[in-house]
Design a protein around this ligand. Structure first.
Ligand code: SF4
Length: 405
């Protein structure tokens, strides 16, 4: 259906001949291991970025610089590094935004790597590898990834994978972390026949969450796991159409338009029984699924809105209308002058508010003395599944009652 007002979006491609271009990356592995069909479905979708992703990219740039300077004696000019200079014209095309929080995060990363060297080297100096493209094609067709930092201790027969995470939303765990395990595979492959590695330490450095954690896996166990993902990787690479929705959909490029996600979200409530109010048991069973439905609904709404408003694409059955326009000051200074003439004082004219803590942390870094003047309010209870590792919350009256018992 296409007229001069309507532009159809391209359908999801199914082109098995193009499978050689499929990308089975380490960073996307949680997704393609759970949903092999996502490789084919996402193949031609454009990459998107966000403010958070850009923050992380700058963090990695600076992190690489910091590690190279401390461990490899390779000092780089900071201004040159953070500026994106066209080597031919010398023109500065982009200056990534960096703030005090970047520097605090990078200092934590650099010091953490120093600590890992002391702890896992036990006196031995490692081979330090920074920002290395690793291939793990023995197990995953065309598989590759870029390791942030790899430490290899030949005498200890140990390798440490360090992954810097700039995000502060989801707390990342190193346990059975497929991205880090694939970096481990790439390291085993790279040092094959050169260094014997008996164990691989997987570590996450997530400074904005104070999450600096490690988990160790025996090389034999890692090799066993790689054999279990080999058939999945081959299936994904061959252009599988098997789609499986779950938590891993969160960062999928197809998340808004994926038919499987839509199917799961739309059929969740189909077995609602007789016309009676939902019981607490039924509500408890439905709640864990809401996150998936909510995330999917938001992505779908945003996608349709963006297509209609920014790309002029007509969404069948919908139209754009003018939303409510709110009044605003056309000239605040002139308005304030009029109010002054009316006899209002500054407190009546202006709202003064201290800048938010998070914004200031970005500007000044978390350790600034001004943050000694902050307090944490009482936490609000959050309803989570029973298996959540956090201890159960109890109200003050429940705690007091427990003392009385
Ligand atoms: S949205 Fe989820 S189910 Fe759909 S392709 Fe992506 S990972 Fe698979």
């Amino acid at each position: 259906m296409s007229d001069h007002h309507t532009q159809e979006l391209p359908a999801a491609p199914v082109d098995h001949a193009a499978r050689a271009h499929a990308i089975l990356s380490a960073s996307g592995s949680d997704r393609w291991i759970h949903c092999p069909g996502s490789i084919q479905l996402c193949r031609d979708l454009p990459d998107t970025t966000s403010e958070f992703a850009e923050w992380g990219t700058v963090c990695h740039e600076l992190g690489e610089m910091a590690l190279r300077a401390r461990f490899l004696g390779e000092k780089q000019d900071f201004q040159q590094r953070v500026k994106q200079v066209n080597p031919e014209t010398g023109e500065v095309t982009e200056v990534p935004k960096f703030d005090a929080e970047h520097f605090a995060a990078v200092a934590t990363y650099r010091d953490y790597v120093t600590e890992l060297i002391a702890r896992y080297g036990e006196g031995e100096q490692p081979v330090v590898i920074v920002e290395r493209r690793l291939k793990f094609r023995r197990w995953v067709p065309q598989g590759f990834g870029t390791g942030d930092c790899i430490l290899v201790f030949p005498r200890r027969r140990r390798a440490v994978m360090v992954d810097l995470k700039g995000g502060e939303g989801v707390l990342v765990s190193p346990e059975w972390n497929s991205q880090l395990m694939l970096y481990g595979a790439g390291t085993l492959d790279y040092f094959d026949g050169i260094v014997d590695i008996d164990e691989v330490v997987l570590s996450i450095c997530q400074p904005r969450r104070d999450n600096l954690v490690e988990w160790t896996i025996d090389t034999r166990e890692l090799l066993g796991w790689l054999e279990t993902i080999r058939p999945i990787a081959e299936e994904a690479f061959a252009g599988s159409s098997r789609l499986v929705a779950g938590d891993h959909c969160k960062f999928c490029k197809a998340a808004a338009r994926c038919p499987e996600r839509a199917r799961v979200a739309m059929t969740l409530f189909k077995d609602t029984p007789a016309p009676a109010l939902l019981s607490m048991q039924e509500i408890g069973e439905l709640l864990p699924h809401l996150k998936l439905v909510e995330e999917w609904a938001k992505k779908l709404q945003f996608f349709a809105y963006d297509a209609a408003v920014n790309q002029g694409i007509q969404v069948p059955g919908h139209k754009l209308v003018a939303g409510r326009a709110y009044r605003q000051w056309s000239d605040m200074t002139a308005a304030a002058a009029v109010l002054k003439e009316e006899g209002l004082n500054d407190d009546e004219i202006w709202n003064k508010k201290l800048v938010g803590i998070t914004d200031l942390e970005k500007k000044l870094g978390k350790k600034h003395r001004v943050f000694e003047l902050t307090v944490k309010g009482d936490p609000k209870p959050t309803l989570v599944p029973a298996e959540d590792p956090r201890p159960e919350w109890r109200s003050t009256s429940q705690v007091l009652a427990a003392f009385d018992d």
